[in-house]
Ligand binder design. Structure first.
Ligand code: NDP
Length: 419
């Protein structure tokens, strides 16, 4: 029995909330709080008749620590699940420290205004020291470790699919299949089709920032950075088929490089069709992916936010998306002195997800692990003071929950490898 405050009410939140409502024994009460309260009310009206979980709603501006603190004090949750945007990670963590409540999220901190001089100075120093230039990184949230320890509360970072499930797969592979893992290739394939010429599967602003960033991978103790989309491979994905995939920088590489002892290389690949890449390049070339405000007829607008307003809402793609996703990790390493390779992956069908919770598979594959990560904390299975990535806990109860709550996984001990 627990009481959880869920912040954000978009595509991912919609699934996390639906899953909490299916799991009323654990989530006896939830409060959905977001910037636009009407969206929270609509979700509550749809789900309340179907569940024993008691749902309430609230309006909150999660950029404002005081507002968050007073909401947390009023609702008195056991944990806060942040499924708003990465821009709100630090304010929500501040509010959790101030009120002594556990914190869970699905994406690492990213600054909204990348031209802010204070943020920029720290960012540029980090680029030089660490060797990768993505706008998002874990340093901001890892810096809260002592605050969470002193407050005696837990923060779980990145319990979506990737990061999240891919990181738990890594801990599971290490625990059950290897003495030492040497390489991890994370493969994220969306074989779905929504029928639009161009749309993103989750928040367009965050998604386009991620995929237009320089690519990078971890090798022999340091980052190797490459031009965006400059490394391409083909892979024959089980239940989806042959796809082109491209190397991207991705946030779990940063934490896995620290937490998997003896790791020599970690890469992340995502599939994209040629049409998506052409649209994105064109939007980038004309400045539509800009993250700094510009003056437009006397008004300040941020190009990528304006673009978001024009693109289809990812939460609306559910009814029209067909096909499957396949996301997983290929591990190589040694066990009992012998080299071995395994592939752990999940296949998820867009239409099946829509039938179950009214969402496409990208929101589903993120929202289910968001619920599971929260369940690990509120049931005390993953609970210790500090700030942690998901691979730092025992993977077994989480892996079991994935099978139970809609994201069953497969272990292939003789997979195709990526060159
Ligand atoms: P959406 O844009 O659909 O939803 C974001 C929600 O946050 C909206 O309800 C929005 O409110 C709310 N919000 C935004 N700003 C504020 C604010 N200042 N105060 C209160 N609420 C706010 O995003 P998604 O659901 O697609 O993504 C949610 C999160 O999941 C993101 O952090 C994303 O990076 C992460 N993600 C993680 C993945 C993983 O595998 N780890 C994969 C996909 C996504 P409003 O309705 O008013 O706009």
């Amino acid at each position: 029995m627990s009481r959880v405050l869920i912040i954000g009410c978009g595509g991912v939140a919609g699934v996390a909330i639906a899953k909490c409502c299916q799991n009323s024994d654990v989530f006896s009460e939830i409060c959905i709080a977001s910037r636009t309260k009407s969206k929270c009310d609509a979700v509550m009206e749809k789900l309340q008749p179907t569940t024993k979980t008691k749902i309430t709603t609230a309006q909150v501006n999660a950029d404002n620590v005081e507002e968050l603190v007073s909401l947390i004090k009023e609702y008195q949750p056991d944990a806060v699940l942040n499924v708003a945007l990465p821009y709100q990670d630090l304010t929500i963590m501040d509010a959790c420290v101030a009120t002594g409540v556990d914190y869970i999220d699905t994406a690492n901190y990213e600054a909204e205004d990348t031209e802010d001089p204070e943020w920029r100075a720290i960012y540029e120093k980090r680029c030089k020291e660490e060797g990768f230039t993505a706008y998002f990184d874990y340093s901001w949230q890892w810096a809260y470790k002592k605050k969470f320890e002193d407050a005696g509360i837990t923060a779980i970072l990145g319990t979506g699919f990737d990061p999240g499930v891919t990181s738990v797969y890594s801990a599971y592979a290490l625990k059950h299949y290897f003495d030492e893992i040497h390489t991890i290739d994370i493969l994220d394939c969306n074989g779905g089709d929504h029928g639009y010429p161009f749309a993103t599967n989750f928040n367009p602003e965050i998604n386009l920032r991620e995929v237009s960033a320089m690519g990078s991978y971890w090798e022999d103790g340091h980052w190797v950075e490459v031009e965006p989309m400059s490394i391409k491979r083909e892979y024959d994905f089980p239940q989806v088929g042959e796809k082109d995939m491209y190397l991207l920088h991705h946030e779990e590489i940063e934490s896995l490089a620290k937490n998997i002892p003896g790791i020599k290389r970690i890469r992340f690949f995502m599939t994209f069709g040629q049409s998506y890449l052409t649209h994105m390049k064109c939007l980038e070339n004309v400045g539509m992916l800009g993250t700094a405000p510009i003056d437009f007829e006397g008004q300040q607008i941020v190009p990528i936010q304006f673009l978001k307003a024009l693109l289809p809402d990812p939460a609306s793609l559910g009814p029209r998306t067909v096909g499957k996703t396949n996301i997983g990790c290929i591990f190589t390493g040694v066990k009992d002195g012998k080299e071995k390779t395994i592939y752990i992956y999940n296949v998820c069908d867009h239409q099946e997800c829509f039938k179950e919770v009214g969402s496409q598979a990208i929101s589903y594959t993120t929202g289910v692990p968001a619920m599971i990560g929260t369940m690990m904390v509120v049931t005390g299975q993953w609970k210790k003071p500090g700030v942690f990535n998901v691979e730092e806990f025992d993977p077994d109860p989480y892996m079991e929950a994935l099978n139970k709550w809609g994201l069953p996984w497969v272990v292939d001990e003789n997979p195709q490898v990526v060159e």
